[in-house]
Design a protein around this ligand. Structure first.
Ligand code: MN
Length: 192
């Protein structure tokens, strides 16, 4: 089985001004494509060649893990966005967030702080734990909550390649803009 670049449900210029067309062309078109190409080369003829992506992530390490997790993480990240999505959660996820953080705004503040304070390259995640409760975690490099038995709900890529063309070194500015394009209907569906 060959992994392929996922089709996006929106045009590459439609997330502007939060994410520019130029960033999309590099981040989605080149960085993600390279992780997928590397993964396909590394697994060819190996025990991983016929496994689904999530199983590769749970069973591999080294280069195969890095490229498999980066393929999953980026696909998950890009599929969260929409130029005209739901601006806040409704239903069960909204209730779970309010129960844990007190309010949606308080959750956003804590999630943003996790993303901005993560040292070096990595990902900030919102996941569902084994009790069905939402939890914020920080993962370095290609880290993915699937390896901790969590169900991923939302992620922000804080590798510099995600924001350097648009915001240079200003990661906090990038994180602030990301909230404008998250489609909470997608996140809610993952929770339920
Ligand atoms: Mn990235």
């Amino acid at each position: 089985m060959k992994f392929e670049l996922p089709k996006l449900p929106y045009a590459q210029d439609s997330l502007e001004p939060a994410i520019s067309k130029e960033t999309m062309s590099y981040h989605y078109g080149k960085h993600l494509q390279t992780y997928i190409d590397n993964l396909n080369k590394l697994i060819e003829g190996s025990e991983f060649a016929k496994m689904p992506l999530e199983e590769i992530i749970k069973k591999s390490d080294g280069g195969i893990f890095n490229n498999a997790a980066q393929t999953f993480n980026h696909t998950f990240y890009f599929e969260t966005f929409s130029p005209n999505g739901e601006k806040a959660p409704k239903g069960k996820l909204a209730k779970a967030i309010e129960k844990k953080w007190g309010s949606f705004d308080a959750f956003k503040e804590e999630f943003s702080a996790a993303a901005v304070s993560l040292f070096g390259s990595g990902w900030a995640w919102l996941s569902k734990d084994s009790n069905g409760e939402p939890v914020i975690t920080k993962e370095s490099n290609a880290g993915c909550p699937l390896t901790s038995g969590l169900v991923p709900l939302l992620t922000i890529d804080v590798w510099e390649h995600a924001y350097y063309l648009d915001c240079q070194n200003r990661r906090a500015e990038y994180v602030k803009k990301i909230w404008e394009i998250i489609d909470w209907a997608v996140v809610e569906k993952r929770f339920e």
